[in-house]
Design a protein around this ligand. Structure first.
Ligand code: PLP
Length: 401
C-alpha cells in the first residue's frame, strides 16, 4: 500500500464539487477535445442534460426508475466484526445490492432516460469487464432502446458471462480488434462509431471521463450515492459526518458521486487506485478520449496500458475532476496491489458475509492497511462505498485461492 498524494491541511470543506467552469473545466483539466461533429453532439447532450436536471419531472422519473428497477436507496451497513478487529468504525454504502450488481446502473438509467428525452432510439457504449455494458443493455431493454456495445476482443474472451448477459438482454456486442483489444481501444472505437450516428444515437459513457459534459453529468448521476450516504450517516453516526470517505477509483465515477455528498464537510476524501492503473496518483497531463486529464504515459507521451486484477480499474487515466481534487489537496489518492485487494476481499467475505467486487476490495484494502498502520487513528469513523458485488470475479478468485 502506498500513499502517493496528500491532503491540504486543514482539509478545506468547500464547494469544489459544483458545476465545472466554462467548457467543462475542472482547474486545468477537462474540456471537449473532440472532432467537430462530436463537439456539436456533446453540445446537444450538454443542453439536454442542463434542461433535464433542472426539470423536477425528469428528476422524479429517474428517482422512480432507480427505486422500482434498481433497488434504491441502498443500505448503509455497519461492518461490525471487521470494525472491531480494525479498531475503527467502518460503514459500507452498499452499491453491490443494486440491480445488475454495481453502481453503474445509476448513471446508465440517467443517460438512458436523457436519450429518450432527446428522441434518440439507440445507446452506444464501451465496456471493459462488461459491467457498464450489462447496465446499458438493461436500461435499453427497459426503455425500449437499441444498444450497441463495443468491447475489446481480449475482454470478450475474459468476460464470457457478461457478454452472454448483454446478448440475452438484446444488445449487439461489437468486438474491437485494434490496439491492445481492451477498454481503451473499445472507447476509441465507440467514439468513432458515434461520429457517424449522432442523429439517432446517444453515446452512454460509463465513467467520469470523456469530453464535457460527460465528467460532470456522470458525477451528477452518481451523486445519489453520496447524497443517500450523507443522510444515512447523519442518522446512524454519533458524529453525523464520517471522518473519512473512501472509494476505489477507475475512471472515478462512484468515487466522485460519493465525494460530492461530503464535499462541504470536513470529511477526508480518499480515492484508492490499483497499483497498475494509478492515473490520479502517478499519471501525467495528457489528452485522451476527448478530455484533458492525468494519464499513464511512457517517455514519448504515449498512453500506456493499465494492469489490474480488477477489470474496472484497468483504465490508464482518471476523470478530470479527480485530477483537480488532487491538485487542490481536497482528496488524497493512494494505491493498492492486486494481492492486497484479494486479501481484503477474502477478509470481508469471512467477517461480514459479503463477497465484494475486486474493484471495491481495493478501497477496503486501504482501510485495512491504514487502520493497521496507524494512518487511520483508532476510533475513526469511515464510510466506504462498496461499488459492486464479486460474482463476476469468482473465476479469477478461484484460480488464486
Ligand atoms: C466499473 C467499476 C468500477 C470503476 O468505475 P468508476 O468509474 O471508477 O466508479 C468500480 N467498481 C465496480 C464494481 C465497477 O463495476
Amino acid at each position: 500500500m502506498r500513499d502517493v498524494s496528500t491532503w491540504r491541511e486543514p482539509v478545506p470543506p468547500d464547494g469544489t464539487m459544483g458545476e465545472p467552469r466554462a467548457r467543462g473545466r475542472f482547474g486545468e483539466y477537462g474540456g471537449r477535445y473532440a472532432p467537430e461533429s462530436l463537439v456539436e453532439a456533446c453540445r446537444e447532450v450538454d443542453e439536454a442534460f442542463r434542461d433535464a436536471w433542472a426539470d423536477p419531472g425528469f428528476r422524479g422519473a429517474l428517482a422512480r426508475l432507480l427505486a422500482v428497477h434498481a433497488g434504491r436507496p441502498t443500505p448503509l451497513t455497519p461492518a461490525r466484526r471487521l470494525s472491531e478487529a480494525l479498531g475503527v468504525q467502518l460503514y459500507l454504502k452498499r452499491e453491490d445490492l443494486t440491480h445488475t450488481g454495481s453502481h453503474k446502473i445509476n448513471n446508465v438509467m440517467g443517460q438512458a432516460l436523457l436519450a429518450t428525452r432527446m428522441g434518440r432510439r439507440r445507446l452506444i457504449a464501451e465496456t471493459g469487464a462488461g459491467q457498464h455494458g450489462v447496465a446499458t443493455a438493461t436500461a435499453a431493454a427497459l426503455l425500449g432502446l437499441e444498444a450497441t456495445v463495443f468491447m475489446g476482443e481480449r475482454d470478450i474472451e475474459r468476460q464470457a458471462l457478461n457478454v452472454f448477459r448483454m446478448r440475452m438482454l438484446g444488445a449487439e456486442v461489437v468486438p474491437v480488434t485494434t490496439g491492445s483489444r481492451t477498454l481503451k481501444d473499445a472507447t476509441s472505437e465507440a467514439m468513432r462509431h458515434w461520429v457517424g450516428a449522432t442523429g439517432d444515437s446517444h453515446y452512454c459513457i460509463g465513467s467520469v471521463v470523456g469530453p464535457d459534459p460527460y465528467p460532470w453529468m456522470v458525477r451528477e448521476f452518481q451523486r445519489i450515492i453520496g447524497d443517500e450516504a450523507r443522510g444515512q450517516c447523519a442518522a446512524e453516526l454519533r458524529t453525523g459526518v464520517p471522518d473519512y470517505v473512501v472509494a476505489c477509483v477507475g475512471g472515478g465515477s462512484h468515487a466522485a458521486g460519493t465525494f460530492a455528498g461530503f464535499a462541504d464537510t470536513p470529511a477526508r476524501l480518499v480515492g484508492v487506485e490499483a497499483e497498475g492503473g494509478a492515473g490520479a496518483a502517478r499519471g501525467r497531463l495528457g489528452v485522451l478520449h476527448g478530455c484533458r486529464s492525468l494519464f499513464l504515459q511512457d517517455d514519448d507521451g504515449q498512453i500506456t496500458q493499465a494492469h489490474s486484477i480488477a477489470a474496472g480499474l484497468d483504465y490508464p487515466g482518471v476523470g478530470p475532476e479527480h485530477a483537480h481534487l488532487r491538485d487542490l489537496g481536497r482528496a488524497r489518492y493512494v494505491t493498492v496491489t492486486d494481492d492486497e485487494a484479494v486479501g481484503a476481499a477474502v477478509r470481508l467475505a469471512r467477517t461480514e458475509g459479503i463477497v465484494p467486487a475486486l474493484e471495491s476490495a481495493h478501497a477496503l484494502a486501504w482501510v485495512i492497511g491504514a487502520a493497521d498502520g496507524g494512518d487511520l487513528p483508532a476510533g475513526s469513523t469511515v464510510l466506504m462505498t462498496l461499488s459492486g458485488r464479486g460474482d463476476k470475479d469468482v473465476s479469477t478468485l478461484k484460480e488464486l485461492l
